[in-house]
Structure formats: structure tokens, C-alpha cells
Design a protein around this ligand. Structure first.
Ligand code: ASP
Length: 344
């Protein structure tokens, strides 16, 4: 009898710490961004600031709820991004910037870290939530990236609702297009180079791309990014957002990244994959790796922007070399945090 009691006590004391360890070993986390750029406190009216903070909070909480309920990181990423795509505040979905011709061409990608499956769409004009189509490409096609009318034909073949391109219209972005065209024309005359004129456009003309990274209870990472790209873009220009390794990357062995910034630089410097390579092969923390790429690699060559990064232990880095980045995060180890400017 005594022996039995001793054995059951011993079993309880083994079982309890094991449970505690398991709880500690299953962190969940999510981080989101809504673009990086010259966001200054003095230029953002208090009611605008409130609107941004509210929308970021709503999106990060929606993703966090999925994780809390035991859902997959891919679903958390999609849930958060859909909310940001549906908001006119951000340059993705409704509120996307205009092309030179006055339309909207949307890019998005998604990746999961367990088996490194990925899906992406570029230059789509009639899909309400491009992040959902990117996921469909990943899960329901043999390909990684589909573009333009082909991507839309694929969407229709999978019974996705098609919308009119005018659904994404906003007055604010239309005005931005007019400003951008004037600036490009004046700069082209001055520099005799359209390429230099487009490069010289201030960051504000592409601000507002959205993205999310998440870690679920099963220990799987995922990342996603969605954008309208760059104001006044022409000739089918595609940025980094739908390019796996540049704007989006996820690998359970290292980290998950979603980027925002001057896409051409993020493609050339393979930003998202470079950050995760530093985590994996150099043993850097996500904060060290993100800081090295954003500040030591991109800044000296003039590449502006930022990243959100998450590893399988739930460590989060929100790093940017611009005056601000719309961002929010929440994890089992840290409460909700929302930031816009350099100092929150
Ligand atoms: N990276 C996006 C692009 O170049 C824009 C942005 O994130 O601001 O299309």
C-alpha cells in the first residue's frame, strides 16, 4: 500500500513537470506589418493614427485567435492579411496603389515552413483577396507562381469570385497617382531617364504593403505578403512581395519573414532568404540577422524598408531602416504590441 502511494506520487511528480515543459515548448506567436516608410507623427492626424492602430490590432488578434484555438500558422497568416487587404488604409486589396494607366495590379505570396511549400500570384486585377489565391496556387496547383490573366483563369477554374478592378479604388491613392505622374514627368525631363525618375519617387508612393508571420502550437512557421506594389508602376512591373526568398520566406529550421520596402532592392539582395540563412548557418538570432540585412546590407546601397521575422521558439524581430513601419505582434510570451513610428 505504502509502495503504491509512493509510486503514484512519483508518477505525478514526473507527469507535472512534463506537462509544464510541454506548455513551455509550444509557444504561439504572430507579427504583422502594414508597410514601412516616412511615417512621421507630425503628419499623421490623431484620428488617422487611431484608425491604423485599431486595424492592426484587429488583424493581429484575428490571427492570434486562430493560433490559440489550435489552428495552423497558415490560417493565422491568411486571417490577418485578409483583414488588412479589406481595409482602405493599406496598399493591398482595397486601397491598393494605381498603375500608370490607372488600374490596380496586385501581388501576393504565402509559404509554410514545415515542407517549404509556397504559392504566389503577380499582377492580378480581379481577385478580391490575392492572399487566398496565392494559397490556392500552393495547395491546388503544381506551381509556385502564376501571373496576370493566367492566374485569374486559374482562380475562375477553382470557382473563386471575381470582382471588378474598381473595387480597389480609393480617392487617396488616385491623388497619389496624379502626384506621382507629375513627379515622374518632371524628373524624366530633368534627368533624361525615366528609370532614374521612377527610382527617385519618394517612399510614400509604395507605402502600405501588408504581411504576416505566425507560429502555431505544432511548431510550424508560415509567412505571407500582399501588395498593390508601387504607384504609377508600368510595363507589368512586379516587386518583391510575390517573390519567394525576397519578400516572403518560411522554414521551420530557421525563420519566417515578410518584407516591405523598395522591392527592386529586396529582390536583388534576396532579403527574406538571406535573413533566414544567417539564422540557420551563422546561428544568429532573428533580431541580429534582420538588423544585419536591413541596416548593414540594404541601407548602404539605398534600399529602404523593413521586415517582420519570427523563429520556431517564438522570438520576434520587427526591423526597419525607415522612420516608421506599421506593425503589431502578440505571442504566448509577450502581450499585444502595436507600433507605427520608430519609438512605437
Ligand atoms: N515591396 C513592395 C513592392 O516593391 C512595396 C512596399 O512594400 O512598400 O512592390
Amino acid at each position: 500500500m505504502k509502495l503504491l502511494r509512493y509510486l503514484s506520487l512519483a508518477l505525478i511528480s514526473i507527469w507535472l513537470p512534463a506537462q509544464a515543459v510541454q506548455a513551455e515548448e509550444s509557444p504561439i506567436a504572430i507579427a504583422i506589418h502594414g508597410g514601412a516608410g516616412t511615417i512621421e507623427r507630425s503628419k499623421l492626424a490623431p484620428e488617422q493614427e487611431r484608425a491604423y492602430r485599431q486595424k492592426l490590432t484587429e488583424a493581429v488578434n484575428a490571427g492570434y485567435r486562430v493560433l490559440e484555438d489550435g489552428g495552423e500558422s497558415l490560417d493565422a497568416v491568411s486571417a490577418a492579411i485578409r483583414i488588412l487587404e479589406d481595409s482602405p488604409l493599406f496598399n493591398a486589396g482595397v486601397g491598393a496603389v494605381y498603375t500608370y494607366e490607372g488600374r490596380h495590379e496586385l501581388d501576393a505570396s504565402i509559404m509554410e515552413g514545415k515542407s517549404r511549400q509556397a504559392g504566389a500570384v503577380a499582377g492580378v486585377t480581379r481577385v478580391r483577396n490575392p492572399i487566398d489565391l496565392a494559397r490556392m496556387v500552393m495547395e491546388d496547383s503544381p506551381h509556385v507562381m502564376l501571373a496576370g490573366t493566367g492566374a485569374e483563369a486559374f482562380a475562375q477554374s477553382r470557382d473563386m469570385d471575381m470582382v471588378d478592378n474598381s473595387l480597389f479604388d480609393t480617392e487617396r491613392r488616385r491623388k497619389q497617382l496624379e502626384d506621382a505622374k507629375k513627379k515622374i514627368e518632371a524628373e524624366t525631363r530633368r534627368q533624361s531617364s525615366e528609370q532614374a525618375a521612377v527610382e527617385a519617387l519618394p517612399v510614400a508612393f509604395r507605402m502600405g504593403t501588408v504581411g504576416a508571420v505566425a507560429l502555431d502550437k505544432a511548431g510550424n512557421l508560415a509567412a505571407g505578403t500582399s501588395t498593390g506594389g508601387m504607384t504609377a508602376k508600368r510595363y507589368g512591373r512586379i516587386g518583391d512581395s510575390p517573390v519567394i526568398g525576397a519578400g516572403t520566406f518560411a522554414d521551420n529550421a530557421s525563420c519566417a519573414v515578410s518584407a516591405t520596402g523598395h522591392g527592386e532592392y529586396f529582390i536583388r539582395f534576396n532579403v527574406a532568404a538571406d535573413i533566414c540563412a544567417r539564422v540557420q548557418y551563422q546561428g544568429k538570432s532573428v533580431a541580429e540577422a534582420a538588423d544585419a540585412v536591413i541596416n548593414d546590407v540594404l541601407r548602404p546601397v539605398g534600399g529602404t524598408g523593413g521586415v517582420i521575422v519570427l523563429d520556431a521558439a517564438g522570438n520576434i524581430a520587427l526591423t526597419f531602416n525607415t522612420p516608421g513601419m506599421y506593425r503589431a505582434s502578440r505571442s504566448s510570451g509577450s502581450p499585444l504590441s502595436v507600433g507605427i513610428f520608430d519609438k512605437e
